[in-house]
Write a new protein. Structure first.
Lengths: 512, 313
């Protein structure tokens, strides 16, 4: 909700005053003290296109404006009905039955029904979208009748409701699939807003206007503008001057610069953690890492507390676990499992037969590994005898060398912590994605099937045991969870979204 | 004059072709793994391979260049790999933003730099020393520092101008002025400092010429000597510098565009080059070359008009 107050500048002369007044009126806001019903969101993430198959987490609000999902994800991560009014699993959790609304139509009159769900899910699975892999286990979609559909899976997948509340659940008009190029820039969904193509500048600013015939509960804003910036300095200045209603500010220094702004409200958001994503536990590239004591030594060598203070001004919380605080597997006591203890690290290295240390090569992407982080890690590891050699790579090159060529034993990255346990397990523990060498062990092999066959809440003991095992066996070297700031001006309130860096579009409300 | 202009235009077309080829090859050298960037780290290799083929990146460089050139000659610069936006449309949206800055800065620079330079060159003494000191300070101040101070003082603290954003001229003239004033001010500091020194030197050089002494000796009024004879000859080198400044702003406005959140082609160039979005980068390169050719032609014609001897060069 934009409230503009650019005071007149009599002292600046006639020209400046005229410009000031012009700026007040021309920049789109109301006069001082008035508010307009448009929500102005600033972000540094933008969608590749508005075709749902390309949707990814940080850009989800762009899609939520124009599309509804089968399942709605509430701010606390709970699932509630949206286009699907209900769902049930069969006993072996490989058949998910959905009941659908019968009163929803796309703009051209095409009904939203079971056939539309089948067409969307099959298209999503077959696409080259970043999240298409989510539906790799979807064997077929069975249409029972217009409002009932059954998803047949080749194996249980506890994250399925998450997928259907995220990119995979966004329902587009099947009639639009024939012209996929058009769908990239012209969304065709049943969502609460419609894209205002005349005001939208793709790549810079997306403008949405309320869909008057929306079937569901009206969101409180008549319009939503999402503007993409390539730096947080501009976002912070926009927040301070009331030109932006809300944004998530990640950089610790930018967060600090907001501390004196009394008109802004800041809510902490914990999503990303930073650490060494170690995946060479079999010692393929760096043989020393095959010894658990060496991996534990790495963990003891890192001075997490000092890094957090120096690099992020203390904005975050040190941790030794990769599971986020919103997951069932999270165990608060594991955050402090590896204390900074260089002597113990040296002792562990000596016991492993590496008292003279060894060399660890890691790729350095300067967008993540700043000079401060690079120097800090080199210094901490050098203290225990490990020579950390940074290999400078640009981002695109790094992805190929890490994931395709398997050139490194691990790398420092900022990784999101999903609120859904199974997502974390699929990404980090199972062979694939971030387990490029496919490493596993007996404990993981015994726990994962039990976790996979149950809802997370029913597998608490197994999830906690898995988390503890990963920490004790030093599968990773996490440093800290990074606290971001969800900033809103005086006219808007926003709730953080569990498991996402940015709030869902449904989480914003005007103040008062 | 016409032959001169046609010759320059032909050279410009040749330049356009050469730059397009060299740029395309250079963009193809680094293996940025665009497909994986698009699909994310966790995408399976078969999906990455499929995307690579979809983008045509599995084809030889020459085949890809021939395809791009053919499409470009037909007026189709393609679609952004990362935003699915038509390249011509994307540049069409952003070019007016940068052109607004370039024209504004050039106008401010032309007026202020010529006034200061002529004043210093003619008056000399204390005035000259003050202008020189201001010139050195203005040129030496880091651009980012000047921009940050300007935005903090005039936008964040005083709220006289918006801190971010751009309002098109077609939407609101006052609104447009309000959004480009601070960026133009930021960019003008160094530009005025540089060009005013060039004007000053040129004016002093011309004032020392024999023909000026002769004109004065013949009793021509000082104003007529200055405006009709001295400035006409002193303007040529300053115009060349001004033209170079103008061209430099095509890329040099990046920082200002970023700090003010202006959706211009400067910040666009940085963003898309980092990603390796070849269709957009090629479109930007072509746009820049066309601008450079047109501006240089304009400057050459102007200099030629001021000094006919230059046309023979």
């Amino acid at each position: 909700m934009r409230i503009r107050r650019f005071p007149t500048a009599g002292s600046a002369g006639v020209v400046a005053a005229a410009l000031v007044l012009a700026g007040c009126a021309g920049a789109g806001g109301g006069a001082a003290g008035q508010s307009d019903p448009t929500l102005d969101i600033a972000t540094m993430t933008f969608p590749q296109s508005l075709d749902p198959v390309t949707a990814i987490g940080g850009a989800l609000p762009f899609f939520q404006a124009a599309y509804d999902s089968l399942v709605k994800r509430e701010p606390d991560g709970a699932y509630s009905p949206m286009l699907a009014t209900g769902w049930t699993w069969d006993t072996d959790r490989t058949k998910l039955s959905l009941t659908l609304r019968d009163d929803v139509r796309f703009d051209d009159g095409t009904p939203f029904d079971a056939a539309a769900v089948k067409a969307n899910l099959e298209r999503f699975k077959a696409s080259s979208g970043a999240n298409a892999k989510w539906l790799s286990g979807l064997e077929r979609v069975e249409v029972i009748d217009a409002t009932r559909v059954v998803l047949h899976l080749d194996a249980p997948d506890p994250a399925y409701l998450y997928y259907l509340s995220d990119a995979a659940g966004l329902m587009a008009n099947p009639a639009a699939f024939a012209d996929a190029e058009r769908l990239k820039t012209t969304p065709d969904g049943t969502g609460p807003y419609e894209l205002d193509a005349a005001q939208t500048v793709v790549g810079t600013k997306w403008v949405y206007r309320r869909a008057d015939d929306y079937w569901g509960e009206r969101l409180p804003f008549d319009g939503v503008t999402m503007t993409v910036f390539d730096n947080e300095t501009a976002i912070v200045n926009g927040l301070k001057t009331g030109q932006i209603d809300t944004a998530v500010v990640q950089d610790a220094n930018q967060q600090a610069s907001l501390e004196g702004a009394t008109t802004l409200t800041t809510t902490p958001v914990d999503f990303d953690y930073q650490g060494i994503l170690l995946f060479d536990r079999a010692g393929v590239v760096t043989p020393e890492l095959a010894d658990v004591r060496v991996r534990q030594a790495l963990n003891h060598a890192i001075d997490r507390k000092t890094m957090l203070e120096q690099i992020r001004r203390g904005k975050g919380a040190v941790t030794s676990q990769v599971f986020g605080a919103d997951t069932v597997a999270y165990d608060e006591s594991l955050d402090s499992y590896y204390a900074h203890d260089p002597e113990k690290a040296k002792q562990l290295l000596a016991e492993a037969g590496h008292a003279d240390g060894f060399e660890l090569k890691m790729p350095r992407m300067t967008s993540i590994v700043s000079d401060a982080i690079a120097a800090s890690l080199q210094s901490d590891l050098a203290d225990v005898g490990i020579t950390l050699t940074w290999v400078d790579v640009d981002q695109g090159d790094a992805l190929r060398r890490i994931f395709q060529d398997r050139e490194f034993s691990g790398f420092v990255m900022n990784n999101g912590q999903p609120a859904t346990d199974w997502l974390a397990i699929k990404d980090l523990v199972l062979p694939g994605t971030f387990n490029v060498f496919g490493y596993t062990d007996e404990t993981v092999r015994s726990l994962v099937p039990k976790i996979q066959a149950a809802q997370a809440e029913d597998a608490l003991d197994e999830l906690r045991a898995l988390n503890r095992h990963l920490v004790e066996d030093a599968w990773f070297v996490p440093f800290y969870r990074m606290t971001y700031a969800l900033v809103t001006d005086g006219g808007v309130t926003a709730l953080p979204q569990s498991g996402m860096a940015v709030p869902s579009l449904y989480n914003y409300q005007p103040t008062g | 004059m016409l032959r001169f202009a046609v010759r320059r235009l032909a050279a410009g077309l040749f330049l356009l072709f050469v730059v397009s080829f060299v740029s395309f090859v250079l963009l193809s050298v680094p293996n940025l793994d665009v497909a994986r960037q698009l699909l994310g780290q966790s995408a399976p290799q078969h999906a990455v391979d499929a995307k690579t083929a979809e983008l045509g990146l599995d084809q030889p460089i020459l085949a890809r260049y021939a395809q791009w050139l053919g499409d470009a000659l037909a007026g189709d610069l393609g679609t952004s790999w990362f935003t699915s936006e038509n390249v011509l449309t994307a540049i069409g949206h952003r070019l007016p933003v940068t052109l607004s800055l370039m024209l504004g800065v050039t106008l401010v620079t032309a007026v202020l730099a010529f006034l200061l330079g002529v004043w210093a060159g003619v008056r000399r003494g204390a005035v000259d020393r003050i202008v020189q000191v201001l010139g050195v300070v203005g040129y030496a101040l880091p651009g980012f520092l000047v921009t940050l101070v300007i935005v903090l003082v005039f936008a964040v603290q005083l709220r006289w101008f918006p801190a971010i954003g751009y309002i098109p001229l077609t939407t609101s003239v006052p609104g447009w002025l309000s959004t480009v004033t601070l960026p133009i001010l930021s960019l003008s500091v160094a530009a005025v400092a540089g060009v005013s020194q060039q004007v000053r030197s040129s004016v002093i050089d011309v004032l020392r010429q024999d023909y000026v002494r002769t004109l004065r000796a013949r009793g021509l009024p000082p104003g007529r000597v200055l405006f009709r004879h001295v400035l006409r000859n002193a303007a040529a080198p300053a115009l060349t510098v001004l033209g170079m400044q103008f061209v430099g702003l095509l890329g040099g406005a990046v920082l200002v565009e970023q700090i003010f959140g202006l959706p211009g082609i400067g910040s666009m160039t940085v963003t898309y080059t980092t990603r390796g979005d070849t269709p957009v980068i090629m479109g930007l390169v072509m746009t820049t070359v066309v601008c450079v050719v047109v501006i240089n032609l304009g400057v050459d014609l102007l200099v030629g008009w001021l000094n006919p001897k230059a046309r023979a060069a």
